[in-house]
Design a protein around this ligand. Sequence first.
Ligand code: PEP
Length: 250
Amino acid sequence: MPRTPVLAGNWKMHCTIAEATALADGLASKVGRVEGRRVILAPPFTALGAVRKAIEGTRIELAAQNVHDQAKGAFTGEISPAMLVDAGATSVILGHSERRALFDEGDDFIRRKLESALAIGLGPIVCVGETLAQRDDGRTLAVVSSQVDAAMRGLDATAARRVIIAYEPVWAIGTGRVATREQAQEVHGQIRALLQEIGLPAADVPILYGGSVKPDNVDGLMAEPDIDGALVGGASLEVEGFARIVEYRA
Ligand code: PEP
């Protein structure tokens, strides 16, 4: 079975409830019925309910941008997996580089979140990627492999098939400096080879590229054999642009 392409928008810390509703309404009418690809929107927590309503009856899916690993307790400011399910989310972004860098999230915590998300039925979208210094030092493969290994090793095949991996080179996020399709494909191929090596159903795990994906570069990226979709930040905040990304032509 070929992998279904996934186009996901990470709205980060943008959008009031009114702004999120307008954006989701626009996308619902433009790409709400698109077939053959999954469209996932990840608004901030406060707008999950409004976006859920706006996309009701469409094929668009709802994701959160983060989750805690514990079910409940004294974790001020955190959100549990069950709360996300209650709010209508079906997926959750984990280990985004901004969370790793700005909020000190490490591989172990991300793995615990992944297991908690899977246990409650949320589809994890796990982000991995190297910094520019790591790439310049020739450590891209080592860094990305250890992040993927920490997230995925030991999962059973059914669980692994529910995970989406997003390769997001840190130097390409929000910088306008997109990885070339060859650079992205090289790492995606290496991730798939690692999944195979650790005994997971590599051919069934979607691997998205993220980092300055725009309407004018998505077609080339999506033409690569191991690039199964895009995790989009800035360009997902505007209806026409994100709709064009969803409607990529490879
Ligand atoms: C992201 O936040 O995951 C991202 C890829 O951002 P941008 O598309 O703005 O580079």
